[in-house]
Design a protein around this ligand. Structure first.
Ligand code: G6Q
Length: 542
C-alpha cells in the first residue's frame, strides 16, 4: 500500500512543521524523565532514543503509521513463510534458520525445519573434523587456514561475524577473498601453505563471476603445489543451492552444504553460508549466535510496538527520511571488532530498501532507504565527524557500544566509553556562541579574535542519535544485534510498501560486465555509448 495516503502520514507531515525550531536541548530541559521514557531494553541491548527530535506525539503518529500500514500482518506473513518476495515468488525465511522450537514452518505445505537442522548437523560435523585435526590435507597435514571465497551476501556477513567474534575464535585462521582483483586472492594466499589450507567456495547461485574466477585461481594454486587434481577433494568445499554447478566446478557434492532459495544472500549468514563462522568459533558459539537472533525475533513478534526495538529504530528512521529530509544515516560502532558492521549493514539496508517502486509496481512518491555508512569510533571522530557536527546536512547516527569483551584492557575501556557518550551528547547539545565566548575570554583571547572565531567554533547541536549499549559482545548478543537491524529493515520496507528481498540493481551489475568482458577479449559483445567506447579504446591501447 501507499503509506503517504494514510492519515498518520498527513499527521506526521503537519507535526514535522509544528516541531521546526524546537531544539533537543529544550526538550531535555523541559522533561527530566526524557531519557528514561525514551529508553527500552531487550535481549541484552539497551536502546536510548531520547536524543532524537521526537516527543510523545511523534511516537504516537509513527506507531499509528505502522498500524495503518498493517505492519503486524506483514510480520505474520514473513514468519509464516508466505511468498513475500513477490518478484522472485519466494518465501523469506532466514528467521526459520534460527528458530529454536519445533513449531513447523511451512513452505508449500512442507516443514523446512528438519532440512535446516540436517544441513546444520552436517556443517557442525565437518567443522569439528577440521577443528579437531581429523580432516587432513593432501599430504596428511591438518588444516590451519581457511579461505572463504564469496562476494556480497556470501562474504560480508560471515566476514563481519568472524571479525566481531575474534576473541572467541578457537579454530583455524580465517581469510576472506571477495574482490575479482587478483591481488585480493594472491595477497591472502601469500603466506599460506597449500597443504594446510581449506577453501570454502560460498555462492548461492554458483554462477557469480568474481567468486568462480577466484575459485579457479585458488584451485590452480593448490593443484600446482599438490601435483594432482585429486587434492581438490581434500581442500575445497562448497556452500550453495546449485549442486549441478558445484559438481561442474569439480567439487565433490558430498563436500557441499546446501541451503534454499528462501534464504536471501544478505540474510544468509545463519545458514551454511556461516560455515566459516562455525569453523572459527565452533558449533556451540554458532548455536549461541542463532539463539541471540531468535531472542530478538521473539521480542520483535511479541513486544508492543512502542517497546519494540526493531520497530522503534525503523520508525525513527522513517521520521528522518520522510519528514525531516535526512537522506543518510551513520552507524558508528565503538568496538573495533565490529569494524565490518557498517559495511554489512550498508548491504542489508541499501540492497533491501534502495527501491523506487513499491511491491505493487507503482513508483513511490516519497523517499525510501537512506545511504547507510560508517566506520568505527573513535577513528571516525578524527575524520568525518566534522561534517556530522558542523556540516549542512543533518545525519542521524546510531552509536553502538558493547560494554565488555574478552581481552579488554580496563584503562582503554574508560576512554572508549567516554568518547562514545561524549559524541552523542555534543551532537545533541551543540555549543552556543556565548559558551564559545566565555571559554575563549577565560583564556585571555582578545575580543577581536573571539568575534572572528565565534561563527567557526559554534556548534548548532540538535543533531539526533540513538545509543545502543550491549552488555557484552558475545555470540548471543551479536546475534540479537544483527537480527535487530534485519527486522528494522523489514519494518521500514513493509511501511514503504517495498519488496525488501529482491535486488534487481545487483543482478544488472552481474549482466553488464559480461558484455564488456567480451569486448575486452575480442569475443564479441555489444556497442556502447561514446564515453564507454572511448574508455575501451584507451584501455585497449595499454
Ligand atoms: C544479496 C545479493 C548479493 C549476492 C552476491 C553473491 O542479497 O543477492 O550480494 O549475495 O551477488 O551471490 P552468490 O552467493 O550467488 O554468489
Amino acid at each position: 500500500m501507499n503509506p503517504s495516503t494514510t492519515l498518520a502520514w498527513a499527521r506526521l507531515a503537519e507535526h514535522a512543521d509544528s516541531q521546526q525550531g524546537i531544539h533537543l536541548r529544550e526538550l531535555f530541559a523541559a522533561d527530566p524523565a526524557r531519557a528514561e521514557r525514551f529508553s527500552t531494553k531487550a535481549c541484552g541491548i539497551l536502546l536510548d532514543y531520547s536524543k532524537n527530535r521526537i516527543n510523545d506525539d511523534t511516537l504516537r503518529h509513527l506507531i499509528a503509521l505502522a498500524d495503518e500500514c498493517d505492519l503486524r500482518t506483514h510480520m505474520f506473513a514473513m514468519f509464516e513463510g508466505c511468498s513475500i518476495n513477490t518478484t522472485e515468488h519466494r518465501a523469506v525465511l532466514h528467521t526459520a534458520l534460527r528458530a529454536q522450537g519445533n513449531v513447523p514452518v511451512l513452505v508449500d505445505g512442507q516443514d523446512v525445519l528438519p532440512g535446516i537442522r540436517a544441513v546444520r548437523a552436517q556443517t557442525y560435523a565437518f567443522a569439528e573434523r577440521v577443528r579437531s585435526g581429523e580432516w587432513k590435507g593432501f599430504s596428511g597435514e591438518t588444516i590451519t587456514d581457511v579461505v572463504n571465497i564469496g562476494i556480497g551476501g556470501s562474504d560480508l556477513g560471515p566476514l563481519m561475524v568472524c571479525e566481531a567474534l575474534k576473541p572467541y575464535a578457537s579454530g583455524p585462521r580465517l581469510h576472506f577473498v571477495s574482490n575479482v582483483d587478483s591481488l585480493h586472492l594472491t595477497q591472502a594466499l601469500a603466506d599460506l601453505d597449500p597443504a594446510r589450507t581449506l577453501f570454502i567456495i560460498a555462492s548461492k547461485t554458483f554462477t557469480t563471476v568474481e567468486t568462480l574466477t577466484n575459485a579457479r585461481s585458488a584451485r590452480a594454486w593448490l593443484v600446482k603445489a599438490a601435483g594432482s587434481e585429486a587434492a581438490v577433494a581434500k581442500h575445497f568445499v562448497a556452500v550453495s543451492t546449485n549442486a549441478a554447478k558445484v559438481a561442474e566446478f569439480g567439487i565433490d557434492t558430498t563436500n557441499m552444504f546446501g541451503f534454499w532459495d528462501w534464504v536471501g544472500g544478505r540474510y544468509s549468514l545463519w545458514s551454511a553460508i556461516g560455515l566459516s563462522i562455525i569453523l572459527s568459533i565452533g558449533a556451540k558459539g554458532f548455536d549461541e549466535l542463532l539463539a541471540g537472533a531468535a531472542d530478538m525475533d521473539q521480542h520483535f513478534r511479541t513486544a508492543p510496538l512502542a517497546e519494540n526495538l526493531p520497530v522503534l529504530l525503523a520508525l525513527l528512521g522513517i521520521w528522518y527520511v520522510d519528514f525531516l529530509g535526512c537522506s543518510s544515516h551513520a552507524v558508528i560502532p565503538y568496538n573495533q571488532t565490529l569494524h565490518r558492521l557498517p559495511a554489512f549493514l550498508q548491504q542489508l539496508d541499501m540492497e533491501s530498501n534502495g527501491k523506487r517502486v513499491r511491491a505493487d509496481g507503482e513508483a513511490v512518491s516519497y523517499a525510501t532507504g537512506p545511504v547507510i555508512w560508517g566506520e568505527p569510533g573513535t577513528n571516525g571522530q578524527h575524520a568525518f565527524f566534522q561534517l556530522i557536527h558542523q556540516g549542512t546536512a543533518v545525519i542521524p547516527v546510531d552509536f553502538i557500544l558493547a560494554l565488555s569483551q574478552p581481552g579488554q584492557l580496563p584503562e582503554h575501556r574508560v576512554s572508549q566509553i567516554a568518547n562514545c557518550l561524549a559524541q552523542s551528547a555534543a551532537l545533541m547539545q551543540g555549543k552556543a556562541g556565548d559558551e564559545v565566548r566565555a571559554e575563549m575570554s577565560a583564556k585571555g583571547i582578545p575580543e577581536e579574535e573571539i568575534a572572528a572565531l565565534i561563527p567557526h567554533r559554534t556548534f548548532p547541536g540538535n543533531r539526533p542519535s540513538n545509543t545502543l549499549l550491549l552488555d557484552d559482545l558475545s555470540p548471543r548478543s551479536l546475534g540479537a544485534l544483527l537480527a535487530l537491524y534485519e527486522q528494522k529493515v523489514f519494518v521500514q520496507g513493509s511501511i514503504w510498501g517495498l519488496n525488501s528481498f529482491d535486488q534487481w540493481g545487483v543482478e544488472l551489475g552481474k549482466q553488464l560486465a559480461s558484455g564488456i568482458e567480451q569486448r575486452l577479449t575480442g569475443t564479441g559483445g555489444p556497442g556502447y555509448d561514446a564515453s564507454t567506447e572511448a574508455l575501451l579504446g584507451y584501455i585497449g591501447g595499454k
